[in-house]
Ligand binder design. Sequence first.
Ligand SMILES: [Fe+2]
Length: 363
Amino acid sequence: MSLDYTQIPVVDWTLAQRDKPLFLSQLRGAMINVGFLYLSNHPVPMDLVDRVTALTPKFFALPQAVKDSVDMANSAHFHGYLRVGGDDGNPDTREQFNFGGDRVCRYKEGEPEYLKLHGDALWPDDAVLPGYRETMLDYYKRLEDMSYELTSYISEALGLQAHELHELFGSDRSKLQPRCKALRYPASPPGTTGVGSGIGAHADNSLLTYLLQVTEQSCLQVMNHSKEWVPVPPIRGTFVINLGRALEKVTHRVVIATTHRVLSPSGTDARYSLGFFSSLAMHIRAADMKFEFPPEVLDMKRARDERINDTTEFRYTEKDHRLAGDVVLEEKIKTHPMATLRFYPSLFGKFFPDGLPKHLVAH
Ligand SMILES: [Fe+2]
């Protein structure tokens, strides 16, 4: 018998209504032993998924000037469009459009700068792409609702009270802004075999990532504990859910963030996907979160660690003692100097003492 997984488990959302103990035990196994799962029969209406599926390629097919008009350099909240390479000179081959929910920026002079992260997204004019903003905001709201509900189930699956992991979100939902990212991975050049990097091996910083694979190419792969790449092909009617570093931290490695990558699609067609990233509330420090897991959950963790020969000792990093909002702001600033220069001038000099990186000066 293989000691490791070679495919991703499918968890049926509706099983929670029919046989909750079985549902929770499947969810527990997927979370502790794999860190990746397909969620089938989920509560997001399929007609909405179909509309999002149709609109996502249409956004990227807009004239470059329209996409540039919603460039992230124009957003204090780091929403908006990033062309291939982004403004951070990242070699990964993808275009992206980042947005959040309908939020009001509450930042006032003298308050922590991370409050500026929160705010309305940039959208193309409705006449240019009718229904895009409304549909994407509807999708966002449904994903947000599902993320709260799934987090309750995960809380129970890990032996906690249903509400306990909601502490991670803070008490005021309107102050939390998960992020959504639409992605376009161009096909690799003719004659190559799709081994180019759509996005290289990484683990997400989120609590959980909810991914809709919009097109049918099988490009997503997850690394199992034996360091083998396991394909995660699209399955219609499902979300792919993967565990991020924030959840690993706050559970002290009861669950482990999963390394994954996206290969550039082979052939001629681009691959599209849509990610929703749930995150810690900005006023929370990861190291302040403490959860008492029951012995049976800790036994499962120990059994996994022994099976995969994982002797990693849990340790907080310096970042885990800082406010989540400050950590996110620093990550955004480091990777998006153009928006930083415009909206965070007092921080620009600190992070970019030599001015704009060379690859941006020409723009
Ligand atoms: Fe990722």
